[in-house]
Design a protein around this ligand. Structure first.
Ligand code: SF4
Length: 78
């Protein structure tokens, strides 16, 4: 008797990640205004990435932060 195997297509959920070029970043906090869940400029004037993996629901928001960064310091890595 053959087992009834339901084949599930292999679907890799690869989380996109945030990468910041800190040589370019001037800590002006534009990204923090757009996506405070992911970016924070602290009192020491450095930008901190609060969460590297981008939640699917936030993809557009993070993309907006990328687009609005005046230094083009943020990139999204697949
Ligand atoms: S918007 Fe760009 S330059 Fe400004 S703090 Fe964020 S990464 Fe740095």
């Amino acid at each position: 008797m053959m087992a009834n195997v339901t084949s599930v297509p292999t679907q890799e959920t690869v989380m996109a990640k945030i990468a910041v070029n800190f040589d370019l970043c001037e800590s002006n906090a534009v990204c923090m205004q757009v996506a405070p869940k992911y970016f924070e400029v602290r009192d020491d004037d450095f930008l901190y990435i609060l969460q590297e993996e981008i939640d699917e629901a936030d993809a557009a928001t993070v993309q907006e932060a990328v687009d609005r960064c005046p230094k083009q310091a943020i990139s999204i890595e697949p």
